[in-house]
Ligand binder design. Structure first.
Ligand SMILES: Cc1ncc(COP(=O)(O)O)c(C=O)c1O
Length: 389
């Protein structure tokens, strides 16, 4: 008998994919030749800086890079990551024990529960949030406890709302600032509370800092590891994807607690064989020679934010002005739900945005726009929404 069509329970347990309907409608509209403005997905439209592309061209010709890489990453890449952390955040990281190169931060986020979460252990997950925190928890039999992100708390979880018995059973906590999808930033007080909570309940903190560099005005996002005591409880995931418009390249790194890094590396050594060395070479150039040009890219996002925010305000839509990330977390106008409004935008204005509920139940009432199209297109989107409303 061949395949009977039944998937493993871990696949059956995944939450329903809420973008299916939006994707279907988008593809239909594209087939009909409609002029779609796609600000749904968080993938920058700006190419990777040339200095990084040139470094990759050189590196790919070197046969030394054609062989299996080390799981934890080349020492030169780990040293560069550690130096970048020192220069950027003032934190001391040992490249030998406290850095692990990743095939994108998603890979680390997906793998880390496998190293620490036993079936039945609780994982504390922000909601709305990046969906991989939930799926990686489910894949190892963990139990998800949602930490709602609410406007009244600045979209930071209320740790005092976590029941004591849940906290005791928790093994791991995910947090993410600057935040996707709300674009909120964390306060030093919140990070302090997280460290105290983690020490008290013996929880590993995984801070996802994928958007740490995409920031506006004079805002500079802190590292969680700047918080006194954080290095004892946690790790931080960094990504070159958004920092250098390298989403397709797949390169990131985890830094922090050496035992946690070692657990992650153990899992990785059994699943993948590390990031392609030529990409790590290009990553070294990115982290040392492309910081200035990346800064100019964030200025482009900042101008887009200003143009789009001004337009949205004018037509009466409400949102907090983002200090970081390239997302705007917009309140859905009455009487629509997130999904209804996303569908209406697509069907009647040819605009793709992501319904808040795609990031979890607590995303209801919001829709996420990504600043990943030029200013003119954002202006056009505003005028289409104005007509619609
Ligand atoms: C919050 C957050 N974390 C992590 C990632 C994964 O990024 P990458 O795997 O490209 O480093 C993303 C990608 O969209 C994200 O939004």
């Amino acid at each position: 008998m061949g395949f009977t069509g039944s998937y493993a329970q871990r696949i059956e347990k995944l939450p329903p994919y809420l973008f299916v309907e939006i994707d279907r409608l988008k593809n239909e509209a594209l087939k009909q030749g409609k002029d779609i403005i796609d600000i749904g997905i968080g993938d920058p439209d700006i190419p990777t800086p040339a200095v990084i592309v040139e470094a990759m061209k050189r590196a790919v010709e070197n046969p030394a890079h054609h062989r299996y890489p080390s799981t934890q990453g080349m020492m030169s890449f780990r040293e560069t990551a550690a130096t970048w952390c020192k220069n950027r955040f003032g934190i001391d990281i040992d490249p030998a024990k406290q850095v692990c190169a990743l095939i994108g931060s998603k890979e680390g986020i997906a793998n880390i529960p496998l190293a620490f979460v036993n079936p039945g252990d609780v994982v504390l997950v922000p909601d709305p949030g990046y969906p991989v925190y939930k799926s990686s928890t489910l894949f190892c039999g963990g139990v998800i406890h949602l930490m709602p992100l609410r406007e009244e708390n600045g979209f930071m979880p209320d740790l005092s709302a976590i029941p004591a018995d849940v906290a005791k059973k928790a093994k791991l906590m995910f947090i993410n600032y600057p935040n996707n999808p709300t674009s909120a930033v964390a306060t030093a007080d919140f990070f302090r509370e997280v460290v105290d909570f983690a020490v008290k309940n013996e929880i590993i903190v995984c801070h996802d800092a994928a958007y740490s560099e995409v920031a506006f005005d004079s805002y500079r996002a802190p590292s969680f590891l700047e918080t006194p005591g954080a290095g004892a409880v946690g790790v931080e995931f960094h990504s070159l994807s958004k920092t250098f418009c390298m989403t397709g390249w797949r390169l990131g790194f985890a830094v922090g607690n050496p035992e946690v890094i070692s657990g992650l590396a153990k899992i990785k050594s059994n699943i993948d064989s590390g990031a392609f060395q030529a990409i790590q070479e290009a990553g070294i150039v990115a982290l040392t020679k492309a910081l200035g040009v990346a800064g100019n890219i964030y200025k482009v996002f900042e101008r887009r934010r200003d143009v789009f925010a001004q337009g949205l305000r004018k037509i009466g839509l409400e949102f907090e002005m983002p200090k970081a990330t390239f997302y705007i977390w917009i309140k859905v106008p009455k009487p629509y739900t997130s999904a209804q409004f996303a569908k209406k935008l697509l069907e009647q204005a040819d605009i793709v945005m992501t319904p808040g509920t795609g990031f979890g139940v607590n995303g209801e009432g919001y829709i996420r726009a990504a600043l990943t199209v030029p200013e003119e297109r954002l202006k056009e989107a505003v005028s289409r929404i104005e007509k619609l409303l």
